[in-house]
Design a protein around this ligand. Sequence first.
Ligand SMILES: [Zn+2]
Ligand SMILES: [Zn+2]
Length: 388
Amino acid sequence: MEIESLKRKVKNSVELQRQQLIQLSLNIHDNPELGLEEEKASAWLTSYLEDSGFQVERGIAGLATAFRATYGQGNPRIALLAEYDALPKIGHGCGHNIIAASAVGAGVASKSIVDQLGGSVVVLGTPGEEVLGGKINIVKAGAFKEIDAAMIVHPNMRNMVTVEALACSTLDVEFFGRPAHAAAQPYRGINALEAMILAFTAINSLRQHIKGEARIHGIITDGGEAPNIVPAHSAAVFLIRAPDNEYLDELKDKVLNCFVGASVSSGARLEYSWRDRTYAPMKNNATLARLFSQNLESLGRRVDAFDPRFGFGSTDMGNVSQVVPSIHPTIAIVSPEVLIHTPEFASAAASEAGHEGLMDAAKAMAMTVADILQPGMLDKIRQEFSHG
Ligand SMILES: [Zn+2]
Ligand SMILES: [Zn+2]
């Protein structure tokens, strides 16, 4: 079958699913679940895939709400990734309900491609993207070893096919001082909060001299018990982000030194630990990106080049992109004034524009599956991956 008629067929298939996909998206949106607690979302998505003829494994990589749904036999295996976790208090302010519904819609539409060209399509349910980095577990469990290419589409303010996601490490720090009456005998105390403030000040100074794309930001999670007690304990969580792993390592040392210095000057003892969840930078596969871009444009969307002004944080898709050729395009559902991770973005994720974003993302992904399975295409994708 001609590629163009195959693409028409998958677009039709996504259209035929319109009501169900929007309903799935709205159900997830109206029932926001935090990372690794996405029981309802995972159940709705897997039963839709099962009803559509996919073979479903629930609870992969030791994560109860992760899943793998497969249609077809053997390689090539193309993975479409779904996220469905929400944010505390603002629900789907990152629009992961759209990511989930578009991946599932593209998966079901890709059945006819697999029937025609062989191989398999895998919809991978990857929970806990925000902060918890669920995909890092899935990568570590080896689930991507059998995958040849991976795609995920995130709602955003622009249509972009490549994104620059930063490498990111999380640092937990605590200072231990000595309590004392803050007025009667302040000289007997060691102030753990002042140690923390010194460290923040040192980091503010450091920030003048770091590379433009790097980010250092944190919050104090314990700043003392009462204003008349010298704080004996303080705690903070910091995120350190950089465009590549080498610079991230350099920055991690510098940030840690700010805490070490504050410990020395205040006398408060420092304890720290780096979480084992390091988000890797995004390695965009240009061949996959070009195919996706052509498909998205054929749907009448203008594709913009990545623009750092519309910045992007970090994503655990970065870790996937280090082990398998990947893309993480974004689909516009709001105007550029609306910021992601806000209540306004959460309402957009359930709006008409959100639904259109879902539909176009699903169509463009399924059309790209058809492209990837054309003779010689995977070789090209793989070649670029191993040289990139
Ligand atoms: Zn987010
Ligand atoms: Zn997100």
